[in-house]
Ligand binder design. Structure first.
Ligand SMILES: [Zn+2]
Length: 205
């Protein structure tokens, strides 16, 4: 498991650097995780309060299904670890990524009264797993933000079961969550959804 953790941690650090450069993880915001082992569950999780542009593989923490650190070194896992764990369990995800971009923040507020953002008719939708045509309609649910993480994790679970086809969700005035079977797939989903949200946000009609 040790070698696997090192490899996964390096992958997460590389993704963090790329997303930071795009302005999606500014000011230590956002967080990243990937499954190292399922039974018992072990996640490589980004630490709280660390500059994601400078994140080093050795700073990634190993946590269990209760968001408790099981690795020997110090640091505090992200406050949002419980949301990652919920997504891993409910969606069978291998990696979960969370960004705080300007456009996902703007749209998470603009479409809140509709309960989510409906995205349809764009070629880039085909980058989402299982989507074969631009005629696909993707609905990204919007969940009211909260600092009560156990309660928010419950709400995330309920929202995911209500929208089984969703590839991500937005926390209102906060950010985007997406995931994938692998880290590469989760990264692709974030790139696709950020692209589509920015496109929708920039439309003038
Ligand atoms: Zn966040």
């Amino acid at each position: 498991m040790a070698d696997e953790f090192v490899e996964i941690a390096a992958g997460l650090a590389a993704v963090a650097k790329g997303f930071y450069a795009r302005g999606w993880l500014l000011g230590t915001s956002g967080n990243l995780s990937a499954v190292v082992q399922r039974e018992p569950l072990r996640l490589a999780m980004s630490p709280s309060g660390v500059d994601k542009g400078e994140l080093k593989p050795e700073q990634l923490l190993s946590i269990d299904e209760n968001a408790q650190i099981v690795s020997a070194h110090g640091g505090r896992p992200s406050d949002e670890s419980l949301l990652h764990i919920r997504i891993v369990k409910d969606r069978g995800a291998g990696a979960v990524l969370h960004t705080h971009s300007v456009w996902n923040t703007v749209l998470s507020d603009r479409y809140a009264s509709e309960g989510g953002v409906t995205i349809k008719g764009y070629e880039m939708l085909k980058g989402l797993q299982g989507v074969r045509t631009h005629e696909h309609t993707e609905f990204l649910p919007i969940i009211e933000n909260s600092q009560d993480m156990p309660a928010l994790a419950e709400l995330v679970g309920a929202t995911l079961s209500k929208h089984p086809a969703a590839h991500g969700f937005l926390l209102r005035r906060h950010g985007l969550y997406s995931w994938g079977q692998s880290l590469a797939e989760a990264k692709r989903h974030i790139e696709i959804l950020e692209f589509l949200l920015e496109t929708m946000g920039r439309r003038s009609d």
